[in-house]
Design a protein around this ligand. Structure first.
Ligand code: BGC
Ligand code: BGC
Length: 843
């Protein structure tokens, strides 16, 4: 009571001395020093949206009447899988999100009407003051990062890497405007885009979310996309067809050591600004209203907890007056924090905690307690809430009707409309980069006999990459893209229209020998850390696509390679085996845009010319990380490279195919954040088995679910209610003899809950009857319950049991006859650790 009273008195005095009060956060002693430090590198920006005195007064009035719990609720952003509409009514969250692959009612095929219904229900619950006393409207944020990509039927644009190759800011603005419209149809207010990472190490799994290694492109694109999403300041800014945008991830995500996702950036402050921050300059100058803090660190300091960067630089120096939103429990990674308890982030300048999972509730209560006890000054809470309310007011959220009644709401004809798809198809055309074109093989005359083959040929999921319907972009089939086109279907249309012959085959076989083969191959979809690589060699150790190209060449057929990828990769052998080679990146739902360019008109003349130029340098070796401007710059193909029709192909047909031999055998990683392809997690119970293809799976006596150990979904929990087995299995056997010879150990990070039966078998299975297993129950029993432990087993133990390492299908299986709960995280074969393994067998 007393407390509430004090608070409102404080707020009233704030209203009276507004100017002083809004700038009143306790000034730490280092403030002046930091301000000077920031001023030496970072510019003050001229931002296009000025503060409005009447609006600021209105915010002060609101703050004066708000309770502390209401204020803290504005700072909490839970996820739709973890809150109900009733939670919204009770707590009045300032915002909420759907993560990648999260849909209304958990239904992948949710219709636009379902999305609107959820938006409307959440909105009405937020303005309903019956429980929380608050009528402040909430807002919904989503990752519309290449179109409204969580929604079935939406127009999906090429991922950013392809757009960078188009180098056309006007096109980008158009794409963003289309995306905003499709998002508005579903009642959503806010998108977590653009990603303005300047990617300097292409081993990073998020390379494709970046436009370029060149800060100049990123700077201009950031401005264009923010303008397209939000509208232009002073014109249709945050009008009826626009959404709030988020420039992310601040700052340095594209420059971590080794290209590690969520890693450490050790650039100097000057480089941080000159290279990695240019997208913020462009984006903020276009009026971006939110900035997402990055998972990465800068010189070891997690950005979510870095007051210098979030407050001194971004807010105080650059003048950003919108709000800083966190990334997916990113606050929990600050030393001393957990997902549900973290005052440090607010103190550093985080305004909105993105807090998926059930952590939102304890976090909310902890923040209230920390504000009450003074750990977090009330002035900091007020500043955060002021920023959030400012953006809501600028976006007109207090005046607009509920999501269901807004002008574009429910205009489902706009989702994937012909007009929108035309923009995407144009973008596909502009994004393609022609790397090689021997004897001017392209464009292809559509009146000939054409074989289209390769795994990506008729595969809209593969050509769309990660962040497509599901988070990782996996698990989709062509029927999940109504209205979209595969690369094959575009070629087919051109060929049919010209009276040519076309054959589609998955494996390169054909009925009649074709005049030319178009082979579509490349990376399978991935997102975030799951796409991180050790080096850039394509299909290392398993060159099935190269074999396909060579087979066709050996048959005397000309080969056109269309390479689907989220980054440049080392493909010298594949380039040598191709007569023409096009980097198609991740074109999205309008695969037909590829045919527009590679197919000639019926009379053989050029239909649409290539315009794309590499916005990333193409590597000369698997280890190379070349960036334009480097002192010793020797990529295979430089930044800006891209042939047009009529130009002479310059690439040799005998590029070096030798990979420098690395004598030290690397770890064979089977599970690190995700199960590593080609392995899949398979459940076996009774006579049936089933592959796990989403975040939960259940079969008979066994249930498996993903959960977060250190980062998102980096662990699996196995709950056995009786006899069952779980395995990591591939469709093809692997030759693991070199691991056995190198004295390797199988390393498994695991945790149990204290109930361990007497027999828990870890096995390795081979092609025929050469399965082997070892009882690890004694080791498990020796491990304390509920903690993480590393179990290591000398591979020789499996050999003694009869394992044939030349043909291992299942490098790990777990079998129990009795109930057991066991979780595992990292799993790998590590050379030279047999000697120190927990379970040893070599004599
Ligand atoms: C990603 C963000 C994304 C967020 C919400 C995070 O893991 O880093 O880019 O906006 O999840 O899905
Ligand atoms: C979730 C996705 C989310 C992602 C953010 C995953 O654990 O399943 O929905 O977008 O984390 O990184």
């Amino acid at each position: 009571m007393t407390f509430r009273l004090q608070l409102s008195l404080l707020s009233i005095s704030c209203t009276l001395v507004l100017a002083a009060c809004s700038k009143a956060p306790v000034t730490p002693p280092d403030h002046a020093e930091n301000a000077n430090k920031a001023a030496a590198v970072w510019p003050q920006l001229a931002l296009p949206v000025a503060q409005d005195a009447a609006m600021e007064q209105r915010i002060s009035d609101m703050l004066a009447t708000m309770t502390l719990p209401q204020k803290v609720a504005q700072m909490i952003q839970p996820e739709i899988r973890d809150i109900s509409v009733d939670d919204m009514r009770q707590y009045g969250f300032g915002s909420y999100l759907n993560g990648g692959g999260a849909f209304p009612n958990d239904n992948k095929h949710a219709t636009p009407a379902d999305w609107i219904a959820l938006a409307e229900a959440m909105y009405q619950a937020s303005v309903d003051d019956s429980l929380d006393g608050s009528t402040i409207p909430t807002m919904w944020g989503t990752d519309a990062v290449h179109g409204h990509n969580n929604v079935i039927g939406a127009t999906l644009f090429p991922h950013n890497i392809g757009l960078g190759a188009a180098n056309n800011p006007a096109l980008i603005e158009q794409i963003a405007a289309v995306t905003a419209r499709e998002v508005m149809v579903t009642g959503i207010d806010w998108v977590f885009a653009p990603t303005v990472a300047v990617v300097r190490d292409d081993r990073w799994g998020r390379t494709y979310e970046g436009y370029s290694e060149d800060p100049a492109i990123v700077h201009d694109y950031a401005a264009a996309i923010v303008t397209g999403l939000q509208g232009a300041a002073g014109k249709d800014f945050l009008g009826a067809e626009r959404v709030i945008s988020t420039v992310k991830h601040f700052v340095g995500d594209g420059g971590t050591v080794g290209g590690d996702d969520q890693g450490d950036n050790i650039a100097s402050e000057k480089q941080l600004f000159d290279i990695h921050a240019q997208g913020y300059v462009g984006g903020l100058q276009a009026g971006a209203q939110s900035v997402m803090a990055s998972f990465n660190s800068w010189h070891g300091s997690k950005i979510h907890g870095d007051k210098y960067l979030l407050t001194d630089v971004l807010k105080d120096r650059m003048g950003f007056d919108g709000f800083v939103v966190g990334d997916w429990n990113g606050h929990g990674q600050i030393p001393g924090c957990t997902n549900d308890n973290c005052a440090q982030a607010a103190l550093a300048g985080l305004d909105v905690y993105m807090v998926p999972t059930s952590a939102w509730k304890p976090l909310y209560h902890n923040l209230i307690a920390q504000a009450e006890s003074g750990v977090i000054p009330l002035s900091r809470i007020d500043d955060a809430v002021r920023r959030i309310l400012r953006v809501k007011l600028r976006a007109g959220l207090f005046d607009k009707p509920g999501p269901a009644k807004r002008p574009l709401s429910g205009k489902t004809g706009l989702i994937g409309s012909a007009e929108h798809r035309a923009v995407a198809r144009d973008a596909v055309q502009q994004s393609l980069v022609l790397l090689k074109n021997n004897a001017k093989l392209l464009p292809l005359n559509p009146a000939q006999r054409i074989l289209v083959t390769g795994e990506g040929a008729d595969n809209i999921g593969m050509q769309s990459g990660g962040w497509t319907i599901s988070w990782q972009g996996t698990g989709n089939t062509n029927s999940d893209f109504p209205g979209g086109s595969s690369i094959y279907s575009g070629i087919q249309q051109a060929v049919d229209a010209a009276g040519g012959r076309i054959e589609l085959s998955a494996d390169g076989s054909y009925g009649t020998k074709p005049d030319v083969a178009v082979v579509v191959f490349g990376e399978q979809p991935y997102a975030e850390g799951n796409g991180d690589l050790d080096n850039l060699e394509y299909q290392r150790g398993n060159k099935t696509d190269l074999a396909l190209l060579k087979k066709l060449k050996a048959d005397g057929i000309k080969v056109v390679s269309l390479f689907i990828s989220g980054r440049p990769l080392w493909v010298n052998p594949e380039l040598n085996a191709s007569d023409a080679f096009v980097a198609v990146w991740l074109p999205g739902s309008e695969g037909a845009g590829v045919a527009d360019v590679i197919m000639a008109k019926a009379d053989g003349s050029v239909n649409v010319d290539f315009r794309g130029k590499l916005s990333f340098s193409w590597p000369a070796t698997p280890q190379q990380q070349a960036n334009v401007g480097d002192a010793d710059y020797q990529p295979l193909l430089p930044y800006g490279f891209g042939l047009r029709y009529g130009e002479q192909s310059t690439l040799s047909n005998s590029l070096n195919e030798q990979v420098a031999i690395d004598n030290s055998l690397d770890d064979l990683v089977l599970f690190e954040r995700a199960i590593k392809p080609p392995y899949q997690l398979v459940l076996h119970s009774g006579d049936s088995s089933k592959t796990m293809d989403s975040s939960v799976a259940q079969l008979g006596n066994i249930a498996v679910r993903t959960f977060d150990k250190a980062v998102q979904e980096d662990a699996r929990r196995l709950t056995f209610s009786g006899a069952a087995k779980v395995s990591l299995t591939s469709a093809f056997p692997a030759d693991l003899r070199s691991y056995a010879e190198a004295g390797s150990a199988l390393m498994v990070e695991l945790q149990h809950n204290g109930n361990v039966p007497d027999s828990v078998l870890i096995g390795m299975d081979c092609a025929q009857s050469c399965n082997s297993s070892i009882n690890i129950a004694p080791q498990l029993k020796a491990m304390a319950a509920d903690g993480w432990h590393t179990l290591s087993i000398d591979l020789a133990c499996f050999a003694q049991q009869g394992a044939d390492f030349s043909q291992i299908f299942t490098p790990l299986s777990l079998t129990t006859a009795a109930p057991l709960q066991l979780s595992f995280a990292d799993i790998r074969l590590t050379p030279a650790l047999a000697q120190s393994a927990t379970v040893q067998c070599s004599e």
